[in-house]
Design a protein around this ligand. Structure first.
Ligand code: GRG
Length: 298
């Protein structure tokens, strides 16, 4: 089996397990809250690569963490990611009508329900993490909660999104685009890789290695996202293309050009792999993921 098939298969297995868990966490109730839960499920079960959950499971597997624990953290992280997509697609933000190959949540439902569905997913994530089933040690649970709150919050994804909104007005240079992306997309990706180490109460050295790996992986992922916005296929991607250029946004590709951006993504992927040298064969999944991220078509 070649490496791309291997990693895609492993990602599929994780996606299935995470979806099964989320399905159990989110039964549709009878009362007036039924609509918001349906909207949450609509956004969650629309496919998606489940890259962030895979990072949690793959990083946890380095330390022989119990699979059920890793899957709960993976599910929580996917809830936060899906909330961010729902809110990002709203008319007040990116105003998108297509996501994961189908109408965005505010189109399929309505804006108020989409806002609530995002809020519901964000809070559900912390409910899952804080539950004893995630880890018997309350210090570990509290670290999982704290780190995710930081990654998703004002010094992470929300801060990055705010920078992005302001950037449409001010324009950005290379350093600023890097910082924006590290916050907006990078912070959750870093959390995914670090979560395995948190669950395992791993020492500083492997933990730092995972953070370094994920920082480079996140940037490579973002550069490829920028490239796909120019070269990708709307049907394959399941979302609109050409949005960055139309909005006059500074991206890695607008600043570096297509060829240098692609070279940079390759370099970052190789650099990410370098961080894994202490982990030997156990890190095969993470190494393959770094290669997959730069070859992906969606
Ligand atoms: C609304 C607080 C708030 C934040 C939104 C992540 C984000 C911030 C917006 C998403 C917009 C976007 C297209 C960002 C570029 C990279 C990215 C996060 C792409 C979507 O993630 P994938 O490719 O999506 O992992 P799937 O659908 O596969 O899960």
């Amino acid at each position: 089996m070649d490496q791309a098939t291997f990693v895609k298969k492993a990602m599929g297995t994780t996606a299935e397990a995470v979806e099964k868990l989320l399905d159990k966490q989110l039964p549709v109730p009878d009362g007036s809250e039924k609509r918001v839960v349906e909207a949450m499920r609509y956004a969650l079960f629309a496919g998606g690569k489940r890259l962030r959950p895979f990072l949690v499971v793959a990083s946890a597997s380095l330390f022989d963490v119990k699979k059920e624990r890793a899957l709960r953290v993976a599910a929580a992280l996917e809830c936060v990611h899906t909330y961010s997509l729902i809110h990002d697609d709203l008319p007040a933000m990116d105003n998108d009508e297509l996501r994961r190959g189908r109408p965005t949540t505010h189109i399929a439902y309505d804006e108020a329900t989409a806002i609530l569905a995002g809020d519901g997913l964000l809070t559900l994530a912390f409910e899952i993490l804080a539950d004893e089933a995630t880890h018997s040690d309350s210090h570990v649970r509290s670290e999982l909660v704290l780190s995710l709150a930081k990654a998703a919050g004002i010094h992470g994804m929300v801060g990055g999104q705010m920078m992005d909104l302001a950037a449409a007005v001010n324009g950005l240079d290379m350093g600023e685009v890097t910082r924006l992306q590290q916050l907006k997309t990078g912070a959750l990706i870093i959390y995914g890789a670090e979560a395995g180490a948190i669950l395992a109460k791993a020492p500083t050295r492997p933990r730092h290695a995972l953070v370094g790996y994920a920082r480079d992986l996140g940037l490579a992922f973002q550069i490829v996202d920028d490239l796909l916005d120019i070269e990708g296929d709307e049907e394959e991607l399941g979302k609109a293309v050409g949005k960055d250029e139309d909005a006059g946004k500074a991206t890695f590709v607008s600043l570096l050009g297509v060829d240098r951006a692609r070279q940079q993504a390759k370099l970052l992927s190789e650099q990410a792999i370098e961080y894994l040298q202490d982990f030997d064969d156990k890190a095969l999944l993470l190494r393959s993921l770094a290669e997959f991220v730069i070859s992906r078509r969606n």
